[in-house]
Write a new protein. Structure first.
Length: 77
């Protein structure tokens, strides 16, 4: 799912660095995705954007509906 990789640029000024996360198939496993994002936040720090590519909602979308009903479940720090 979500893998964190750190790429360094030739720029030495940390203010110019933008951290972007890219995630593959989520398949409706939003709790797993959020747990992984929180782990990345605790180890690597904050990021500017998260792009999810591939199958996001899964087979039936029930988990997404549950996520929409409980808005606090999808909150990230």
């Amino acid at each position: 799912m979500l893998q964190s990789k750190r790429y360094t640029s030739r720029q030495q000024d940390s203010e110019d660095i933008v951290i972007t996360l890219v995630c593959g198939d989520v398949c409706g496993h939003f709790k797993t995705l959020y747990a992984r994002i929180k782990k990345v936040l605790s180890t690597a720090g904050s990021f500017e954007a998260l792009f999810c590519v591939g199958d996001f909602f899964g087979e039936n979308g029930e988990d997404f509906e549950k996520l929409c009903e409980d808005s606090s479940a999808g909150m990230l720090p």
